[in-house]
Write a protein that binds this ligand. Structure first.
Ligand code: CP
Length: 320
């Protein structure tokens, strides 16, 4: 595996899940793979979980780790070719990427969507430049349209906690005061479609996800109806993906508090587990009692970020 952005990059998901379970039993089993090798983790945006879990995973594999926060201490980077660079950006990605590649063996990149230009965001401009110009294996640590390390951790968590062979998994939009990217729901939908689950997506009209990710998954606009008999509720806010309303791409088009996940709605489910990738705004996305309930999996999900990242970097190291 040379790049990691989509579920298909891992090949058969059941084998990847088996590998995750084995690594969870002995997370240092592949410590030899990273000896005298370096992972460079580049953050264009903030992070808590990804920053910590990916470093821990790299160390599980015996890698040295270098973390670069591009916007704190590095030269400000231009990402578009053809720009006359007489503004505040001192260096172009086209030089910075091959330079950074000199100092490492694999590269993780976090670069969020700008949420103003749908075509630019969905072309994965920044991540693609790293893939094209670094000559190194590259993995997304949440790029413009996808967060595959999160979705893989979510799938591992569902596999560990499911009570029936083919659980009903509901991806529900929930309100948020700010415009957030579509990367997490995109990847969650993509990975759940690739896995053996009954996926239902629920959101207000106008929040339809890109067909590239959501495919022909069932969409239910009535959130309460979607929750009926669900085994897992996965809550997330996202901004307008611009599929049915191109003019509203990246905007907040609803703040309807009736979509907050609360115990009354959870009571409609099959005693569902509650999931969210974090960070989460309490009593906006989900009420205190639901996130604090014994059925909340938000901490095991975060813990599995170390496992998903270990599997992914192991696969990348094996490709060197
Ligand atoms: N879930 C997740 O990616 O968290 P961070 O943004 O804190 O890394």
């Amino acid at each position: 595996m040379k790049t990691f952005l989509h579920a298909s990059d891992l090949g058969q998901l059941d084998l990847a899940l088996q590998e995750a379970a084995e690594i969870k039993k002995d997370r240092y089993a592949f410590e030899h793979l990273g000896k005298h090798k370096t992972a460079l983790l580049i953050f264009f945006n903030n992070s808590l979980r990804t920053r910590l879990s990916t470093q821990k995973a790299a160390r599980n594999l015996g890698l040295d780790v270098v973390v670069l926060d591009v916007n704190q201490g590095a030269w400000k980077l231009e990402t578009e070719r053809g720009v006359i660079m007489d503004g505040d950006k001192s260096e172009h990605l086209l030089e910075a990427i091959p330079v950074m590649a000199q100092y490492c063996d694999l590269i993780g990149v976090r670069s969020f969507a700008g949420l103003t230009d749908r075509a630019a965001d969905y072309s994965e401009n920044v991540l693609t430049q790293f893939i094209l110009h670094s000559g190194r294996p590259v993995f997304s640590m949440e790029s413009a349209t996808a967060h595959p390390l999160q979705a893989f951790a979510d799938l591992i968590t569902i596999e560990e906690h499911k009570r029936q062979a083919r659980p009903k998994v509901v991806l529900t939009w929930a309100p948020h005061p700010r415009a957030l990217p579509q990367a997490v729901p995109n990847s969650f939908a993509e990975w759940m479609r690739a896995a053996d689950v009954d996926l239902v997506v629920t959101h207000p009209e106008g929040y339809e996800l890109d067909p590239l990710f959501v495919g022909d998954a069932r969409v239910e606009y009535d959130q309460r109806k979607a929750f009926e008999n669900a085994d897992f509720i996965y809550a997330k806010n996202w901004s307008c993906p611009g599929v049915t309303r191109p003019e509203d791409y990246g905007k907040v088009i609803s703040k309807d508090a009736d979509w907050t996940v609360d115990s009354e709605k959870m009571s409609l489910t099959n005693d569902a587990a509650f999931m969210h990738c974090l960070p989460v705004r309490r009593n906006v996305i989900v009420t205190d009692d639901v996130i604090e309930s014994p059925r909340s999996l938000v901490i095991p999900e975060a813990a599995n970020r170390e496992i998903s990242a270990t599997v992914v970097m192991k696969r990348l190291l094996e490709s060197l």
